[in-house]
Design a protein around this ligand. Structure first.
Ligand SMILES: Cc1ncc(COP(=O)(O)O)c(C=O)c1O
Length: 448
C-alpha cells in the first residue's frame, strides 16, 4: 500500500490559504521553499492542511534524522516538560544539560580529554567555535571555503559563500575571513584527472598561506566535512588530511562544521569518521535533538576552557526539553544498529539515483555524497556542465505535486538534495524514488 495518499492537488486550497496568510503576516526575508502547509508528521510522512499524506525527503533540512514525532523522543520531552521546562543554565545546573555534554564527549572522535557546550542554532555554535579558537590561539583570522554555508548571523554570513541568496544587502561583513577554493571534483577543469585536481587544490591551499594570510595569524580553518547547502560535496580524503596536517603544523585549529553532515546523516555519527579525521572542534546541530533547537561545540577540553567564564552561552542554550530529546536521539544515532541501517539506506538510495542518472544522462551530471547524504546535480548539458537551476526548481515542484517533498541545494541552486529521516523504510524509499523518476519524465521527457 503506498504511503503517499493525495486527496487534493498539492498544494491544495488550505495550503494556499495559509501561505497567503503567511505572506501577509510574515517577513518575506524568511522565505519558503514550497507552498505546502503542514499539520502533522509521523516517521517519514507529513499530513498537510488538505488531508494529503506526503513523503518528506527534506526532513527539516536534515534535522529529522530519527523522523517526525518519534515515540520515544515525544515521551522524553513530555516527561521532561512535567519536571522542568526551563531554568537557564546560567542560573543553575540541571542534569540533562550535563548528560548531553558527557554523551558528546564520549562519542566524538579524538583520543584526548573533551568538553562540550550547548547552544540553540547551528550559526550560534559556529560563532562559539570561532570564539573558542580565537581565545585559545590568541589569533584572529579564519580560513573558510567557496561553497560553504555556516549560517545567517553576521559572522557566519561573512563565513558563508553564496552571496546573492544569503548576503546581498546585508554588509558590512565581519573582517579577518579568508575564503579559499573548495575542491569540487565534479567542477574540476576539463582534462584534469581527479588526483591531479586534488593536488592542485592542496597546492592552492598552501599558496594561500603565503599569498592571502600567514599561519601565525590564523585561529582556525573552518570547513564542512561534506558541504551541505553547497550541494553535498564531500571533502576529498587527501585534502582533508592535508588540512589536518597543516593545522597541526602551524597551531591553527581545525574546526569541522558538521551541522548538516553530522549526527548520523552520512551513515556515521560524525562524517569525519569516514576519514579517520579528528578535528580540534566539532560544530554540531540539526539532527541532534529530533527537531528541537539545540546545537553544540565539542572538542579539546583545553580549547573549550580557553573562553572566560560568561563569554559563551545564552538564555535558552541547552534548554531542558531539547536536552531530553537529544539524550534519546544521540543514543539512537550512536547505536550500531542505526549505523548498519543508515549505511544500507545510503547504498540503496545511491543505486536508485545512479539508475536515475542512467535514465536521464542528458540532465543529471553527478550523483554524490556520503552514505545516505546524497544529492544529484542538474545540468543543461553533461559535457559543458552548465548548471540548470530552472530544471531543478521544476523537478522539486513536480515531486511535490506527486506527494514527495524534495529541496534544492548548490552554489548554483542546481542540485536536489535528499535528507529523508534515516528511519525511512525500503518501501518508502522506493516509493519516493519512483515519484522522482516520474517527475523527471514529466519535466525532461521519456527515460533513455
Ligand atoms: C553546515 C551548516 N552550518 C551551519 C548551519 C546553520 O545552522 P542554523 O540554521 O541552525 O543556524 C547550517 C544550516 O543549514 C549548515 O548546514
Amino acid at each position: 500500500m503506498p504511503t503517499i495518499r493525495l486527496q487534493t492537488e498539492v498544494p491544495g486550497p488550505e495550503s494556499r490559504k495559509l501561505v497567503a496568510r503567511r505572506e501577509a503576516a510574515v517577513s518575506r526575508g524568511a522565505a519558503y521553499l514550497t507552498q505546502l502547509a503542514v499539520v502533522s508528521g509521523s516517521g517519514a510522512t507529513v499530513t498537510d492542511a488538505d488531508g494529503n499524506t506526503l513523503l518528506d525527503f527534506a526532513g527539516g533540512i536534515g534535522t529529522l534524522a530519527v523522523g517526525h514525532t518519534p515515540t520515544d523522543v515525544v515521551a522524553a520531552i513530555t516527561e521532561q516538560a512535567r519536571q522542568l521546562i526551563h531554568m537557564c543554565s546560567i542560573v543553575a545546573s540541571y542534569e540533562p544539560y550535563v548528560a548531553v555534554c558527557e554523551q558528546l564527549n564520549a562519542v566524538a572522535p579524538g583520543d584526548f580529554p573533551k568538553k562540550s557546550v550547548l547552544l540553540n542554532s547551528g550559526a550560534e555554535a559556529v560563532e562559539a567555535a570561532v570564539k573558542y579558537a580565537r581565545a585559545y590561539t590568541g589569533r584572529q583570522a579564519l580560513i573558510v571555503f567557496e561553497g560553504a554555508y555556516h549560517g545567517r548571523t553576521n559572522l557566519t554570513m561573512a563565513m558563508t559563500s553564496k552571496y546573492a541568496l544569503f548576503k546581498s544587502g546585508f554588509g558590512p561583513f565581519a573582517p579577518e575571513v579568508y575564503r579559499l577554493p573548495f575542491p569540487n571534483v565534479y567542477r574540476r577543469p576539463a582534462g584534469v584527472d581527479e588526483n591531479a585536481y586534488v593536488d592542485q587544490c592542496i597546492a592552492a591551499f598552501d599558496h594561500a598561506l603565503v599569498a592571502q594570510v600567514a599561519p601565525p595569524a590564523v585561529a582556525a580553518v573552518v570547513v564542512e566535512t561534506v558541504q551541505g547547502e553547497g550541494g553535498f560535496i564531500p571533502l576529498p580524503p587527501r585534502f582533508a588530511q592535508h588540512l589536518r596536517a597543516r593545522c597541526s603544523e602551524h597551531g591553527m585549529l581545525l574546526v569541522l562544521d558538521e551541522v548538516q553532515a553530522g549526527m548520523g546523516r552520512s551513515g556515521r555519527l560524525f562524517a569525519a569518521e569516514h576519514y579517520d579525521l579528528v578535528p580540534d572542534l566539532f560544530v554540531i546541530g540539526k539532527g541532534i535533538a529530533g527537531g528541537l533547537p539545540l546545537s553544540a561545540v565539542t572538542g579539546r577540553a583545553e580549547v573549550l576552557d580557553a573562553a572566560h567564564p560568561g563569554g559563551i552561552g545564552g538564555t535558552y542554550s541547552g534548554n531542558p526539553l531539547a536536552c531530553a530529546a537529544a539524550r534519546n536521539v544521540i543514543a539512537t544515532l550512536a547505536s550500531p544498529d542505526f549505523r548498519v541501517r543508515s549505511e544500507a539506506l545510503g547504498a540503496r538510495m545511491r543505486a536508485h539515483l545512479e539508475r536515475l542518472q542512467q535514465a536521464f544522462p542528458q540532465v543529471i551530471g553527478d550523483v554524490r555524497g556520503l552514505g545516505p547524504m546524497l544529492a544529484i546535480e542538474l545540468v543543461k548539458d553533461p559535457v559543458s556542465r552548465e548548471p540548470d537551476a530552472d530544471l531543478t526548481a521544476r523537478i522539486n515542484r513536480a515531486t511535490l505535486e506527486r506527494g514527495l517533498i524534495t529541496i534544492r541545494a548548490g552554489l548554483y541552486s542546481n542540485c536536489v538534495r535528499f535528507l529523508p529521516p534515516l528511519t525511512l523504510t525500503d518501501d518508502e524509499l522506493d516509493e519516493g524514488m519512483a515519484v522522482l523518476h516520474a517527475a523527471f519524465e514529466a519535466c525532461v521527457g521519456p527515460a533513455a
